[in-house]
Design a protein around this ligand. Structure first.
Ligand code: SAH
Length: 345
């Protein structure tokens, strides 16, 4: 809830409007979900709040990779399962880098052929509350480990964030606001399949989010084969929208490129990618070797192909990173754990 919504809610529960501010501090700044511990709230309100659980979703499985990654399967109140992931890493200076990867939809409508999230289609959008509830489940993991709060948030879990725009914006506004979680917008990355109109709308929000665009191909023919919705958007249009995002916000844009064996991982692809991004102001490329998903019929790239692709981009002056394979043991490919659980229950 925004401050206005919280105020209406506490007034409806018979409280003075100012109590909303105290409640926001407990919920957002302290991430407290037990009304019994909200010591400065009137007892009557605490009692009313305790009548039903504050969280509507619950963790049904937590899988550890043993290398710092934990993936949570979370069941929503009406049945669908979503995933979110905590990645624990160390920066070069020894400080902790704690990243949460969160979902915005149950399932996904985009139908990318290599991705497990879309395999059962879109079930429904998450509400802003359900998007934010993931942070409480992650916080419980952090507290259990004696770790402090997250340093980064990536909206790269299940679903297409910009396809659930209003709820995403409400959740990120609460995450970022001074009256909310106080989480810096520059430490939040929104990853999109590339919906040009929505990218431009995001740019106009006056927020400093990082943008990641899932490009994955260097021609429309090739991209449409991997991402069916590309038919309606087109590669050139997406790159143009990304450039508009940069000029409006001055935030760097990252292009994600999932390398699929024999589909988009050749040396010629790498050269075309470098050409496509030539002149793009401060472009970064994040190469993601595909995590094979059963039933997709697609395979991971060879190590040599990844190395050659990287070398060609570097040589062309592109700022390139290869995503580390983390948590394969925990079925870390987007939507893989949930796919197994949905099929099991
Ligand atoms: N819908 C958004 C965010 C969710 S997907 C988007 O498309 O960006 C987040 C990233 O994971 C995307 O770049 C997607 O292409 C990638 N991804 C999905 N399934 C994958 C798989 N099996 N192996 C490697 N990367 C995958």
């Amino acid at each position: 809830m925004t401050p206005d919504q919280l105020r209406d809610a506490v007034v409806a529960l018979g409280q003075k409007p100012f109590v909303a501010k105290q409640l926001a501090q407990w919920l957002y700044e302290k991430r407290e979900t037990d009304p019994g511990k909200m010591s400065n709230l009137p007892a009557a309100l605490r009692e009313k709040l305790a009548a039903q659980p504050l969280l509507t979703s619950r963790v049904i499985e937590a899988d550890d990779s043993g290398e710092g990654t934990t993936k949570l399967a979370i069941r929503l109140h009406d049945g669908p399962i979503i995933e979110c992931v905590l990645m624990r890493e160390e920066n070069e200076d020894g400080s902790a880098r704690l990243t949460a990867c969160i979902s915005t939809q149950a399932g996904c409508a985009m139908g990318c052929t290599f991705c497990a999230s879309g395999m059962l289609g879109l079930k429904r959008n998450l509400t802003a509350g359900e998007i934010l509830e993931q942070f409480y489940h992650i916080d419980a993991l952090l507290k259990k480990d004696g770790l402090s709060w997250l340093t980064n948030v990536v909206v790269m879990g299940m679903g297409e964030p910009l396809h659930n725009f209003d709820n995403l914006m409400q959740a990120l506004t609460i995450l970022n606001a001074d009256w909310g979680f106080k989480f810096g917008a520059r430490r939040i990355t929104v990853s999109t399949v590339g919906l040009p109109d929505k990218i431009r709308e995001l740019a106009k929000q006056g927020m400093q989010f990082n943008l990641a665009i899932s490009l994955h191909a260097t021609s429309d023919k090739q991209r449409t084969k991997l991402i069916p919705t590309n038919v309606a958007t087109g590669l050139a249009n997406i790159i143009e929208a990304a450039a508009d995002y940069f000029s409006e916000t001055k935030r760097e844009v990252t292009f994600e490129y999932t390398l699929v064996g024999g589909e988009n991982d050749s040396a010629a692809d790498a050269r075309r990618l470098a050409e496509l991004l030539r002149g793009f102001p401060r472009a970064n490329v994040n190469l993601i070797p595909m995590n094979p998903v059963e039933g997709s019929g697609l395979i991971a790239p060879t190590t040599q192909a990844v190395e050659e692709f990287t070398r060609i981009l570097k040589q062309a002056g592109v700022n390139v990173h290869v995503r580390k394979k983390r948590g394969r043991a925990v079925q870390a490919a987007c939507g893989q754990l949930r796919l197994r659980l949905e099929q099991q229950f």
